[in-house]
Design a protein around this ligand. Structure first.
Ligand SMILES: Cc1cc2c(cc1C)[n+](S(=O)(=O)[O-])c1c(=O)[nH]c(=O)nc-1n2C[C@H](O)[C@H](O)[C@H](O)COP(=O)(O)O
Length: 501
């Protein structure tokens, strides 16, 4: 069928329904039919998930995972079959789902936004109202989720040393990150598949970030297209790109240079995920959705039971190494930041490689379990940089487990330039949309002003290591297992007069 043919003739649902097998597989997305027969074996998420919708309308399943321009970008035009008369398409009977019934009831009775007083409140509400697959994907950490829990609890090992009688009538929470002035020392970090939680996806975070003049890091694996997210930004709004490096370097070069052309002000190369971690909550939902950005042939050997993460990451290049840094420096002028650095030695190497920054991060506990928290590494890194006179050669960010502005203040006291926040904004978006993200950022701003007043700092540059006691940060004390048997049979010393009861 040549292209002008496909423009005139509207296909019917019955015609599409005839092509419902591996030998001839047509699907409908947004009212247009596509012949994906040849593409089946290349699909990163494997053929099964597409075959589930062979001959049918796949729009609802397709949308949360794929940027809208995916088919235009990656499916040869000859397989674009043209418009379908949707009145002739048999709508799938939605089978009764008791969980969904329950979830709808919880949505009707959920707390109003004003009842959320901190970032954890959003997590509590999101857990009750989100779809299972979305909650599983956002909330999961790797293996036993020890690092995911350590990320937040690490901040409780750091205690403040507040100074008094400092004039804090006016508090300024603004700072500069990679040359950009921003109202708060945090940014919205890259988290994949925004449309799992909200039908509009990452552009909600873009609008929230604009409202509060904070920076957004655009994920490679966004549900929205990169250009949609850039176009959703207002003039002057700063965005960074988070990059998963593709095995096909030409694809990566195209993405990086396009991002620079569209005005991105930082390239964050994710270096802690040569393979995505085992997120078992995500796996348990037996993620059946298709993979995100179709960036290469993942073949049908992708194990579908690995959840969303595995389904969307088969293109990531595990051979990425220090020797690739000069190539990145040759293809872009954007500052290069390594995201997911987890030990001092690699920070020193990063300075020597001439990159502009690092994010001390364990990917929100979604990668190597029992890797240390970003803030623990920070406590080691800054003194090491100072002894080498390198502290002004590189900007050091951390992310992971930041849930209070006091966590942000602790990180800045220890020398971080800024912090990345992930899940809280996903939960706020998933539960309340843009108003949720707006409130979450406002709560952080209010907390930040209060914390700075109470610690005795009127501006971010006043925050310094003498304001915290982080001596216990390396303690990973687990309570000694209690001798419960002894407790039950233990008899207190019984004096001569007292008879054993
Ligand atoms: C919560 C979350 C985090 C993801 C994330 C997806 C989710 C749902 N994804 S992932 O699918 O591959 O794992 C990304 C990603 O695309 N790229 C990346 O560099 N970091 C990714 N991260 C890690 C993120 O950038 C931060 O390191 C982490 O979220 C910080 O921890 P908190 O969530 O506790 O703030």
């Amino acid at each position: 069928r040549d292209s002008n043919d496909t423009q005139k003739v509207k296909l019917t649902g019955e015609q599409v329904a005839e092509h419902n097998s591996r030998d001839s597989c047509w699907v409908i997305v947004h009212g247009r039919a596509y012949d994906v027969t040849e593409f089946l074996p290349e699909h990163p998420g494997g053929p099964k998930i597409i075959l589930k919708y062979a001959g049918k309308d796949a729009t609802d399943e397709f949308d949360p995972i794929h940027p809208p321009d995916t088919l235009d970008k990656y499916l040869d035009k000859k397989f674009h079959l043209g418009e379908v008369d949707m009145k002739t398409v048999e709508q799938e009977e939605k089978e009764f789902d008791p969980d969904e019934e329950e979830r709808q009831k919880r949505i009707e009775t959920m707390p109003i936004l004003e009842q959320c007083y901190n970032l954890m409140d959003f997590e509590h509400v999101a857990r009750r109202v989100m779809k299972k697959t979305a909650w599983a994907y956002y909330s999961s950490g790797a293996d036993d989720e020890i690092t995911m829990r350590e990320n937040h609890s690490a901040f409780h090992k750091i205690w403040f040393r507040p100074q008094i009688l400092v004039d804090v009538e006016n508090v300024d929470t603004s700072t500069t990150m990679l040359g950009t002035k921003t109202s708060m020392p945090f940014y919205v970090t890259a988290t994949a598949l925004g449309k799992l939680g909200h039908h509009e996806g990452e552009v909600i975070l873009t609008r929230g970030a604009h409202k509060h003049n904070v920076i957004q890091m655009i994920p490679t694996l966004a549900s929205c297209s990169f250009d949609e997210i850039i176009d959703a930004a207002q003039d002057g709004q700063v965005q960074w790109l988070q990059l998963y490096v593709n095995k096909d370097r030409e694809v990566t070069k195209r993405i990086v240079q396009h991002a620079e052309k569209r005005g991105c002000k930082g390239l964050f190369i994710t270096v802690d995920a040569p393979q995505l971690g085992r997120r078992e909550k995500d796996m348990r939902t037996k993620f059946q959705d298709v993979g995100s950005n179709v960036q290469s042939s993942g073949g049908n050997d992708v194990d579908r039971s690995q959840g969303a993460a595995r389904a969307i990451s088969s293109f990531i290049d595990p051979s990425l190494s220090w020797k690739d840094i000069p190539w990145f420096q040759s293809i872009t002028k954007m500052p290069i930041i390594l995201k997911g650095v987890q030990r001092v030695e690699d920070v020193i190497k990063a300075v020597e490689a001439g990159v502009q920054g690092v994010v001390l991060s364990n990917h929100g506990g979604r990668q190597l379990d029992t890797a240390p928290s970003g803030v623990e590494i920070l406590a080691e890194v800054m003194p090491a940089l100072r002894t080498r006179g390198m502290q002004d050669k590189i900007e050091v960010f951390i992310d992971g487990g930041i849930r209070r502005a006091s966590d942000i203040v602790k990180a800045l006291c220890l020398g971080a330039t800024g912090v990345g926040i992930g899940r809280p904004f996903l939960y706020a978006m998933s539960a309340y949309g843009l108003p949720g993200v707006d409130r979450a950022m406002q709560l952080l701003k209010d907390e930040m002003e209060m914390n700075m007043r109470l610690i005795g700092a009127s501006k971010v540059s006043d925050l310094n290591p003498t304001m915290v006691d982080a001596r216990n940060i390396h303690q990973h004390i687990t309570p000694v297992p209690e001798d419960t048997l002894g407790r039950r049979v233990y008899d207190p010393l019984i004096g001569p007069k007292e008879k054993a009861a």
